[in-house]
Design a protein around this ligand. Sequence first.
Ligand SMILES: [Zn+2]
Length: 519
Amino acid sequence: MKSHIGDAPIRWGIVLSIMSLSLGVHSFPAQQGEKQAVAPQKKLVLDWLAQRDIVERFGKISDAIWSYAELGMQEFKSSKLLADTLEQAGFKVERGLAGMPTCFVASYGSGKPVIGILGEFDALPMISQKGRVPTQSPLVEGAPGHGCGHNAQGAAAAAAAIAVKQAIDKFGIKGTIKVFGSPAEETVISRPYMVRAGLFQDVDAVIDNHGGSSFGTSYGVEGNALYSVVFTFKGKTAHAAGSPWSARSALDAVDIMNVAVNYLREHLFYTERIHYVITEGGEAPNVVPDRASVWYYVRDSDERLADTYDRVVNCAKAGALASGTELVSMRVLTAIHQRHANKAAAELYQKNIELVGMPAWTDEEIAYAKALQKTLGARESGMPARVGSLRDPDRTFVGGGSSDVGEVTLVAPTATIRFPGQVPGAIGHHWSVTSCNFGSTAWKGLNAGAKAMAASAIDLMTVPDELNKLRVEFEAYAKDHPYKSFLPPDATPPLDLNKELMDKYRPRMEAAGYVDWKQ
Ligand SMILES: [Zn+2]
């Protein structure tokens, strides 16, 4: 590891020796449940993941992806590192799938059942931060950073799948384990295209994962469905003072559309969320812009989304009509459903979360957590001590954010394992989460997440009754809710997204130093 990545040097030798103690190979701390009997296949994956060199190997992969901090659709190094790691472990890897160069599927084993693990790896703009420094201190000013933890997620998925491979080989387990390398989750782009390309067609169950400060799972309907659309207007340019009467301003069209949408808000259901940024609006005030674009997120429940979106489109048409310009394109970047997480899957994953238990944190890790919490004005509670209990769905749906995992939940029974490692009180999509997604706590957290995922995959592959519970629930739901993509048939993944930003920051981030992941 290059020393200038973080200002707070981590004493890896000490950390690792404590990790190997606290992740002890034969202890399965069912913290909140009964002592669980552990099948030999499951014991093998847990023991394999508990090895000190394995914790270190996938920790370093996570740190390397953290240092690449690549934005959605531009995750070439991150995707390659994960795909290569799986290929070298003996997986068959297909790259560049569903029209996206950074999308891959890695498979091992043969026949049914087919168990999928989702892995993400994209970063967020503007939140560069030195690893494990508890005050704001960008590694590269203005550059992207891993402020959601996707660096640890991709590494956790690969670790879990490779652990399952060890059990397939040793016990001759029938079935296939697949890692779905899923680009651009932050802009919720890849999954609707992956589903459209049929990548999940033969998959019997899916294990999703996300980093956080807790260790738990949940089920039911969560988040909003979403349309991500760029509206572009074409007008006529002229000298803005000399002959403005001969011009037709495309920026006026954008302004009028935005005003119309802002009036519309009052008359939409309370679950809607609509937000926009102007991506193109002219270059100087003295030249009337003849081209302007505005990028909208329109979010609502699955049932209301199409209606809400139609009304926003009418606002765009109104902008064009009033300004005398033309609405030349409505480019749908992505369109997704709400999440419908499978209850039987969540119940199974919860059992394995309890089996694995919360990692033990060192005094140094707790001191860092408290320092970060102090900076943020959060409760100085340190790191969490216990795993969470199974979270029931909220009684009232109030709208909110979105994840393209929603798309997968509608084509295969799916639930998300949230694994720890981030500091409680750290803020998502913020430098504080970039700070704590690097180094020892992230290593332990992703390792715990990988254990819960691998153990769940073993249950699904070796206990037909467990898989059957997920399938029965899923098939009943799917019968009443047949999947139909919100994507227009001509939509394609926006491969140009974030290219300019990465071209600008990549050389500066490389100069600041990438983490060396090689052993
Ligand atoms: Zn995320």
